[in-house]
Design a protein around this ligand. Sequence first.
Ligand code: NDP
Ligand code: MG
Length: 383
Amino acid sequence: MKKRIAIYGSTGSIGTQALDVISQHPKLFQVEILSAHSNASLLIEQSLKFEPNMVIISDEKKYEEVNNALASKGIKVFAGEQSLIELAASDSYDVLLAAIVGYAGLSSTLAAAEQGKTIALANKETLVVAGDLVTETLKQKGARIIPVDSEHSAIFQCLVGEHHNPVSKVILTASGGPFLGKKPNFLINVKKDHALQHPNWTMGAKITIDSASLMNKGLEMIEAKWLFGLQNEQIEVIIHPQSIIHSMVEFADGSVKAQMGLPDMKLPIQYALAFPDRLSNNWKRLSMKNYPSLTFEPADIKTFRNLALASQAMFTGGNAPCVLNAANEIVVDAFLKNKIGFLEMSDIIEKTLEKITFIEKPSLHDYVQTNQVARDYAQSLIK
Ligand code: NDP
Ligand code: MG
């Protein structure tokens, strides 16, 4: 039996790499559902190649174009966010690869969790915004998340076979991004073209800016907290510019396990789709001869304040990470449109965290509200 895969966000960086992985294992995987937001032409191209049974274009204005191209091929076409939610809750697939970017991925991931599904999770914002609700739902409904984010995949891989053994801490590695070692007097003038040049990874625009500002590592601390049931104090971050060690786990006896490999997202994507199996492939292999020195240094949180703000939101808990995420989505968008400078992103996030009313135990409705008011407030600070 082939595993039936639904890829939400198939036109993005993770989505297209997942289709690469699937095309290399046609006997194991079958594409059942694809989704895009507005990139109709790529969604059509992917659908003609992979022949899913269903596709969703969330931007309803593009429905006609997609339907005209695919209906005659027997592919059912849906539009809108509600379709993402309904099909995520359906029986038509085995694994949902959640690869929509940002808060927009929350509702469909939650719908899959409600139905006890297996979710290969790339969309870290889901756990940042509502980690308590999502993990509670997973427990109640018998759903599970296999992480796709490379750091969390590394930790997950280190924990296989160790579930009865206490973890003393996890150490998330961060490349440091294109501005490693830079100070505020440099960062004040940087523009998006420079920030989009990541030294080790090719990714979508939002996560690339998050990597340059170290917000990505802050979001990943919160993601790790919920995925692995950790106390805040058990999560550390270390800069490792070569991106060869993808993260580490220290156990109760002081032993530290690390997972290594070349920086290539196809590896954690394949691992999540094929889990518990490891599939062979012909990708380039890590040779330690090419990496005579692997180096580590502390993160400069005075300069890269987003990491400090994310850590603060994690310790505050409640709806604070939701506020952080909402403000961050607004400022990254504004930075990409050249409306604000690189350092202003942290100023606006900090002000938004101070402004929005704290809720200690938010309901889903509270999260939805918090997301909206935090976005509106952050937006009001952008001229
Ligand atoms: P991209 O921007 O490359 O792709 C995003 C995907 O989501 C696209 O298919 C896009 O459709 C779709 N999308 C965007 N907005 C919406 C919306 N409002 N509703 C529905 N669909 C939407 O992002 P990435 O692939 O880089 O990242 C996806 C997720 O994976 C993020 O959460 C990121 O943090 C995480 N991740 C990514 C990594 C990477 O290497 N790229 C590594 C680790 C985690 P369209 O193309 O039509 O706009
Ligand atoms: Mg990562």
